[in-house]
Design a protein around this ligand. Structure first.
Ligand code: C5P
Length: 243
């Protein structure tokens, strides 16, 4: 099914309509942004690598019973996905302290959390995607209490599946961001992408705190070897996928 009109262009992907009103094509770009688009650049081959990694991980999650928007990969940097009404929340799951958690709480980077932490950020560029409290989230009517519980439960289940899988790949899943949406039937399903753009991934075989980084932090912190890191993740994910 050919892509038709541009529906939406985000920082890392473009969505196109198709002949089927319930299906869109998601095209992955090489563009990279960080710090709410204050830093911009290109990661050569990122679109194709993230599309392939996302395809593998969505297939894995579907095989474990997690409903996702993924339908099929249609070209090296495109996938067909179900059209959803996105819930304007960024659901972040953390296993190890890093990034904004360390900045905002003083917990040292690398601290293993006693249990996974689920956080909700308001998906709103103008406001800088602020961290929400449960009460603020309910005040803004971004979800009902039941939907909030469903989001938390799905996020934790996805974390368990992905953490185990990445461990098989000799990669630590430090933290990651998920987005969810409602499909045409009103079901809450996993949407957006899962890739080194949206996860912190540390190489288990490296102890050096910089060398071990296999994700977008290499771009955010100008650490170099960004493409190599994404390629490493892609190769390990593909070679460990057995579904
Ligand atoms: O910046 P912070 O530590 O809150 O990020 C937590 C996780 O969520 C990281 O893996 C980061 O890559 C991801 N994230 C994202 N998109 C955002 C914010 C965070 O993918 N807008």
């Amino acid at each position: 099914m050919a892509a038709m009109e541009k529906l939406y262009e985000g920082k890392a992907k473009i969505l196109y309509t198709t002949e089927d009103p319930e299906v869109v094509v998601s095209q992955f770009k090489d563009d990279a942004t960080a710090f709410n688009a204050l830093k911009r650049g290109t990661i050569v081959g990122k679109g194709q690598m993230n599309c392939a990694i996302g395809t593998a991980l969505f297939n894995l999650l579907e095989s474990k019973g997690i409903p996702t928007h993924f339908i099929e990969q249609t070209s090296p940097n495109e996938m067909r996905v179900k059209r959803v009404q996105i819930v304007p929340l960024e659901v972040v799951i953390r296993n190890i302290a890093a990034g904004s958690l360390c900045k905002q709480t003083g917990i040292p980077q690398g601290t293993v959390l006693k249990q996974p932490l689920v956080e909700f950020f308001y998906k709103n560029d103008e406001l800088g995607d602020p961290l929400l409290t449960r009460d603020r989230l309910l005040l803004l009517e971004l979800a009902t209490p039941e939907q909030l519980e469903q989001l938390r439960a799905m996020a934790l289940e996805i974390n368990q599946i992905l953490s185990e899988f990445f461990h098989q790949c000799q990669i630590i899943l430090v933290d990651f961001k998920l987005e969810f949406g409602f499909d045409g039937k009103g079901n809450l399903i996993l949407a957006d992408e899962i890739s080194p753009d949206t996860c912190r991934l540390w190489d288990e075989s490296q102890t050096d705190p910089t060398d071990r980084i296999l994700d977008k932090d290499r771009f955010r912190q100008d650490l170099g070897n960004v493409e190599n890191a994404y390629q490493q993740v892609l190769e390990r994910v593909l070679s460990h996928l057995s579904i």
